[in-house]
Design a protein around this ligand. Sequence first.
Ligand SMILES: Nc1ncnc2c1ncn2[C@@H]1O[C@H](COP(=O)(O)OP(=O)(O)OP(=O)(O)O)[C@@H](O)[C@H]1O
Ligand SMILES: [Mg+2]
Length: 171
Amino acid sequence: MLLTIPERGLVLLIGASGSGKSTFARKHFKTTEIVSSDALRAAVSDDEADQSASADAFQLLHLIVAKRLRRGRLTVVDATNVQAELRRSLLHLTEPGTAPATAIVLNLPVDVCVARNESRPDRRVRREVIEQQTRDLLGSLPGLAQEGFQHVYVLDNPQDIDSASILRQPS
Ligand SMILES: Nc1ncnc2c1ncn2[C@@H]1O[C@H](COP(=O)(O)OP(=O)(O)OP(=O)(O)O)[C@@H](O)[C@H]1O
Ligand SMILES: [Mg+2]
């Protein structure tokens, strides 16, 4: 699937832990284009899994996203983004007409996300957490287009995720 993305816009990756957001981001975007909630948790606490650092991390995330969009830089948010409230606060940082937002949903079955979490070398997220994230994601899907995204791309199997390519469109 070819995913067309305005080159000066905001991209939200949406997916449960283990769906492959960070892997997808690394494959398709420059390091400086990616703003990661985990990396920012680590930036303030030395531990990307430290949930007590989330509020600080998201404050920084919003600040960086806002500053990048003001400069017209493509900005990719690598966080689960499964909660409508968090997506809304990010969409507020875009200016209508100038920084269109794109949603890329990595919608994989819970079992795939859990299996990937179990085999990952670093941090692992519990099944219950992944189940809740997946419920939030599935509940979000029907209304995503109405939230203000210009494009919503839903990739719902590993093959579509692996074969996806990104086309940056001048905006
Ligand atoms: N397309 C893929 N094919 C096979 N394995 C993958 C793929 N994408 C990710 N993985 C593996 O799954 C694990 C989780 O991937 P990744 O860290 O990208 O997920 P994530 O969505 O960023 O999770 P989190 O929300 O916890 O940060 C990693 O071990 C990674 O190597
Ligand atoms: Mg990640």
